[in-house]
Design a protein around this ligand. Structure first.
Ligand code: BGC
Length: 436
């Protein structure tokens, strides 16, 4: 069966953010930043205080870094050597779900099980040393309200996490209890930061002119350095980093696929931007649209962001790779013409994602510049969608130019791989004030 070209085009139109809409999203994002700075209740951005500014680059010492935020947990030992230099001396990691064996994030999983699993991994990272004192920095990539660098309470799970007993709790207290249960009282958690904050700390430790940190992966979110906030609890320089939780930005126009997905998601009404752009959701949106093209609307097609990436990578005339993926996932035969159409659909979904993410970047750049000129700057980004998804980087650059014109030359995005771990270590050094 040949896929209907007209229907495809109308679906592609629904996934298109044109120049005018792009500008409107950026302007609305900036407006929400302004409102949120005044009073976060007025804004769809959470504007969460992180109680940390930029590092000086002189942070030193060896720290444990725990990175919890996506499908894999990682624990590293990182030696900061100052002057932007560091060495990762140990790294261990495990998935949070191993089908058929365990699942620490699904419905029915508990805080105790999840944090005991983390403590076990930390034990492996310290080589079962229960004597030497270790300070631990924790990158916890979910919306948390903080009163200082230690005290972070999970507001709400995102990315379809459903572990009970964590929402409303101080995450490092849960971790401490699990460490005690395991006899690891020599490990002391001293900081919690969001992964966007970690990326910004990591990038700023190594490069000047970086004020925005972003994750573009399973989830999507941005933070930036707000120079107007002074707080006695804040450590670091230049002001305080605010975790925007921009995945929760609401001033967008979701299409009918976005709406339907949201209604059936773990947290309807939440994270509307994230559900339109991040890796956790791209495959599902694609699957919903494709089902409609195959005249099977409502049928659940299981595609992942990795499938989309493979589909986009096949630029061949006959589209063999695409046909093979479709055959494997939904057992349909498609010819080269249909494979081309399927690639067009995947393209539309990915390009929309990159344009919305860029509009948020520009909203922050405008807000930081105020009525003045835009500074030369890097936006530090980490995450598999940014790093690996075809079309993303070029569409970010294109949208930056559309929105900033000539001034786009002053702005670039910079990959900061591993920032979640390094940033956690830097935050621990800053909390311990080992930065002179
Ligand atoms: C979370 C953010 C996080 C982002 C990227 C979102 O779902 O709410 O806190 O920064 O994912 O990991």
């Amino acid at each position: 069966m040949a896929l209907d070209r007209q229907l495809l085009q109308s679906i592609i139109n629904e996934f298109t953010v044109d120049a005018e809409q792009l500008r409107e999203i950026a302007a609305n994002f900036r407006q929400d930043l302004k409102l949120g700075l005044n009073d976060p209740k007025e804004s769809s951005l959470r504007m969460l205080k992180s109680y940390v500014g930029l590092p000086t680059g002189k942070e030193t010492g060896e720290y444990l870094a725990l990175d919890l935020g996506g499908t894999n947990v990682r624990v590293s030992r990182i030696k900061l050597e100052g002057a932007g230099r560091f060495e990762v001396t140990k790294k261990v990691g495990k998935p949070l779900i191993l089908p058929g064996e365990y699942d620490y994030v699904g419905v029915g999983s508990t805080a105790e099980e999840m944090f005991d699993f983390l403590a076990e991994l930390i034990d492996e990272a310290v080589d079962k040393d229960h004597e030497t004192k270790f300070y631990l920095g924790h990158t916890f990539s979910f919306p948390s309200s903080q009163t200082n660098l230690y005290n972070a309470k999970l507001i709400i799970w995102t990315k379809e996490f459903a572990t009970s007993g964590v929402e409303g709790h101080i995450v490092n207290d849960l971790l401490k209890e699990a460490l005690e249960r395991r006899g690891l009282i020599n490990v002391e958690p001293i900081s919690v930061i969001n992964d966007t904050v970690a990326v910004l700390l990591s990038a700023a430790y190594q490069h000047a002119d970086t004020y925005i940190g972003s994750i573009y992966a399973t989830g999507q979110n941005n933070c930036y350095l707000e120079s107007s906030i002074n707080d006695p609890e804040n450590v670091g320089v230049g002001g305080m980093i605010l975790n925007l939780e921009s995945g929760n930005f609401m001033k967008l126009t979701p299409n009918r696929f976005d709406k339907e997905y949201d209604e059936n998601s773990e947290k309807p009404g939440e994270q509307r931007l994230e559900k339109m752009v991040s890796g956790r959701y791209l495959g599902e949106l694609f699957g919903m649209a494709l089902a409609e093209l195959f005249d099977e609307a409502g049928e659940k097609y299981d595609f992942t962001a990795i499938d989309i990436s493979s589909i986009l990578m096949d630029e061949s005339v006959d589209g063999d790779r695409i046909s093979a993926i479709i055959k494997d996932r939904i057992n349909k035969d498609v010819d080269s013409e249909d494979a081309k159409k399927i690639r067009e659909l995947a393209t539309a979904i990915v390009v929309r994602s990159a344009r919305i993410v860029t509009a948020a970047f520009v909203g922050i750049i405008w807000q930081r510049a105020g009525s003045g000129k835009i500074n030369k700057q890097h936006i530090a980004v980490d995450g598999s969608v940014y790093e690996k998804m075809p079309l993303v980087k070029e569409n970010i650059n294109k949208a930056l130019s559309e929105l900033l014109g000539e001034e786009a030359a002053k702005v670039d995005t910079m990959l900061d791989t591993g920032g979640s771990g390094l940033g956690a270590a830097i935050s621990a050094a800053m909390a311990a004030r080992h930065n002179d």
